[in-house]
Each structure stands twice: as structure tokens, then as C-alpha cells.
Design a protein around this ligand. Sequence first.
Ligand code: UFG
Length: 322
Amino acid sequence: MHILVIGGAGYIGSHVVKALLLNGDKVTVFDDLSTGQQINLFPQAHFIKGSILDTDALGRAMCQNVDAVVLLAGKKAVGESMENPAKYAVNNLTGCINVLNTMLECDVKKIVFSSSAAVYGAPTYLPIDENHPLNPTSFYGFTKLEMERLLHWYDTLKGIKSVALRYFNAVGYDAEGDVKGLENNPQNLLPIIMEVAIEKRPMLCIFGNDYDTPDGTCIRDYIHVTDLADAHVKALKFLKETGQSDIFNLGTQNGISVLEMVQATEEVIGRKIKSVYESRRPGDPSKLTACAEKAQNILHWQPLHSSVENIIRTTWAVYQKK
Ligand code: UFG
């Protein structure tokens, strides 16, 4: 298949491109390089520099016998979305509408969409399955949910078939070292721990140690980006074979606390991670874990690379070189 990967130069996108190339697909990457990086581009994939806010550029990219779209482009910092909702409304919502309308114009009828566990909001039960109530507590999560709803209507009204993949906490790097780009000013736990390890930051601030968890720090479900990438390949296969739309959680169901992640990193890399306790970060639920049985049963997907040790080892391999 010829797949247009929108946002294919980003952290998750570049891993998805690698998986598609290994699967034998033809890949075109469409990315404005605002957060994606040139260094993440694979020479085997055609690259078009363009923004999802530029409908002409999208049209030129899409009308080249594209069989399916993978939409990863968008803004993803939860905190920033609460301070600057306009940026998220435009980039995520308008961007998604532009992609869907261009698909209609170019008669492209399949899309895999990067959604997020942020659509659920504070959990009412654990592990969270796909039937859990949808009450996003951030504007970012709201945009992801609205984009899922757009997909639903474009399917009902126009027959665009979609798979939305709700990622839990994406971490890790490609084990072969083909993806090298590091996020600028990362906001997530593991890259911040790594920046402390290479002394780019003085210390890690642990947001809260008074949660209702065994060690008092928040528990999350960390999923290796290579496992996420594999799910995109399987989602495209599912769309091709079944012609149905669906939604899947992607996680391990294995909860790891902030403190456990810090301690495991110290063990794997053999360096001390300086940290201090700070007050809770607003909006952080104490515990989030995924039930991903649906993806396992229907997509035949398994999180094979998501052991804590592998997550840390593959991430450290990239940071160590900086
Ligand atoms: N944390 C710290 N210090 C930091 C950064 C994070 O203690 O400097 C803690 C957070 O408080 C949280 C945990 O580490 O308890 C994980 O935080 P992240 O910011 O890495 O990730 P989140 O769980 O907040 O959110 C991530 C993605 C969202 C996605 C969500 C799904 O950023 O887009 O996972 O589970 F929706």
C-alpha cells in the first residue's frame, strides 16, 4: 500500500514510518518540521514539507495514488493546551478537518489516527477499556475526542473508514538506532529523566508523593514506541481486510510509578538521577492503566518491547550519544 504519514518526522511518526517500510509499504512523509525533525526522515520514504493547515499542499500530497493516511501531526503538550487552547483548536481540529476534506477530494478512504488515553479523563475504574466514560480533563484530550467524533461522522456520511489508536504513555526508541531525533524541551517523564542523566537539566521534579499509590507517586502505563508503531501496521491491515472502523487502546496494563521509573533508570544506566519532590501537577490522576485486550484479540497486537528495562535501555542508547 502507499501510505501518507502526516507527522512522519516526529517521535512516534518516525517509528511508524520505519515499521511501514519494514512491512514493504511505500511511504510518503508529510510534515512541517515544526516539532518533527529532518534527522528522523528515512531516505526510502518520499518527503513533502508541508503543514496540515495548508490545504493546497495537502491536496498535492494526497492526490498521488495514496491508499491510506496515518495522521499523527498535531500538538500534544497537555499543560500548553490549557494555556493556549487556540493553538490546539487550530492545529488539531482545523488540521484534522483539512485532512479529512482532502481525503474526500482525493478519494482516499482509510485513515489511522493517533488518539490518546487523554480522551478518558480521570478514571472511574482500572484498567481503562474502550467503553470507559469519555470525560477529558484537558483541552488537548478534548481535541483528540473531537477528532475521533469527526472520524465517526465522516465514516457515517462519506464512508471514510478509520482506526483510532488511543496511546497510553509513549516511551522508548527504536532498538536499531535508526531514529535519532530528540525532542526539544520534552515535557514527559522519561526524556526529562534522561536529560537529568546527561546533565542537561539539574534535577527531576517529582510532582507529588502523597498520592494513593504504594510509594505515593503517580502510576502510568508506559508503552514502547516500537509496539505503538507495530499497531499502526496492524491497524492498516485491519482496515484493508475488514473495511470497518474501530477504536483501540494501546498499553501494557502494567502500572509503573514515577519513583519506580527513576530507580529502574538508575539501575539500567548506572547513574544517579537527582530529584526533588514538588507539589502535585494539576490534573494528574493518581493511576492510569490500559486494558488493551481488544487490540490483542482483534488486531493480534502484543506489546513485545515494553519491558521497563527495554524502554530505558533503548532511550538511554540515544541520549547517551548527546
Ligand atoms: N512527572 C513528574 N515530573 C516531570 C514530568 C512528569 O513527576 O518532570 C510525572 C507526572 O506527574 C506523571 C508522570 O510523571 O505522574 C507521567 O507524566 P508525563 O507528563 O510523562 O505523562 P502524562 O501521564 O501526564 O501524559 C502522557 C501524555 C499524554 C497522554 C497520556 C496518556 O503526555 O498526551 O500520557 O496516558 F494523554
